[in-house]
Design a binder for this molecule. Sequence first.
Ligand code: PLP
Length: 397
Amino acid sequence: MPGFELFGDKERKEVQDVMDSGVLMRYGFDAMRNGHWKTKELESGLAEKMQSKYAHVVSSGTAALTVALASAGVGAGDEVIMPTFTFVASFESILALGAVPVLVDIDDTLTLKPEAVEKAITPRTKVVMPVHMCGSMANLDALKAICDKHGLLLLEDACQAIGGTYNGKPLGSIGDLGCFSFDYVKTITCGEGGAVITNNENYYENAHKYSDHGHDHVGNNRGAEEHPFLGYNFRISEMNAAVGLAQLARLDEFIAIQKRNYTILREALSNIPEVVFRTVPDGGEENYSFLNFFMPTEELAQVAHQELIEAGVDGCFYWYDNNWHYYKKWEHLTEMKSLGKPPKDIIESLPDYKKADFSESDKWMSRNISCLIKLGWSEKEVAERAKKMVTAIKSSI
Ligand SMILES: *Cc1c(COP(=O)(O)O)cnc(C)c1O
């Protein structure tokens, strides 16, 4: 997955442009910048690539989620439905706005289970936030139908699935809003960065203003701009955007490499009857950033994971035990350990997750192994890796 593996002349050239003008800020300094607007170019390139009317680039994927929610008017006490398997950024962005993260089970897609989403809806629910984990997507048709029926917004977290598609449309472009991360380990990277995409002009207008202190971005004198509402600073720098601009141009190349490497590994593993691959919803195509599979039991998954490590196969994760990606290790959320006093709406409304029953999620996660697909592997290296993986998994059964 990490685009940094293939950094080269294209990234260097874009960064050099920025250094040559010395303008590291995305707004203003028109006379100094030699016509270089790296962030704006990244935004128009991304909007086109993602078949969306608008793209707004910010400082991180977490910032993108926060800005997306804020731009749609999510605030104190609103409930946002999110999965038990994701990155901590999902609930961080919700809590940052005083809204309430409502955790919901996943299914064998490793993403939100539509039936569980529908059960979790209350009069305070405002957004359903599927997270397209490890390169593949939620059942977006089912989720969209639920959102339409109940008047909710659909916000896709496509941070780990850029380049994947659903019914031929880019992931991120199907919901009312979509978010990407360009942090250092993502498929395309800015070092740090993220983006919001949408077809909704109002959300876009809110997003660019909110992420820059509420500046209205009218005219070319920043100091004289109006501030129609309260904002914050989630700006990206031109240096980071320059790297992302080069990487975006290489997205198709990266996805093709991932697909080749993924396919070699998947074909090798499909000869093991005990291995069952993660379900990809009808009409979906992964971005091939991870190969995910289930073992028949929790015990076998743990043994197989250990065997893979011992065989020197790096980059295979057993997320069930992971500090960052699964609710079981989110004590800081379930016990609300915050530095200062959290907003009243959160204290009053956060469900008691210590008592929650996520056995449906546990059933899938405890059997799942997730292997990162790298860009830098040669075909020979992938073939060797496939052999090692098959031997390790077979010896665990
Ligand atoms: C990486 C990631 C984020 C957050 O991105 P940052 O750029 O690291 O803030 C959000 N959601 C998911 C699923 C991610 O993988």
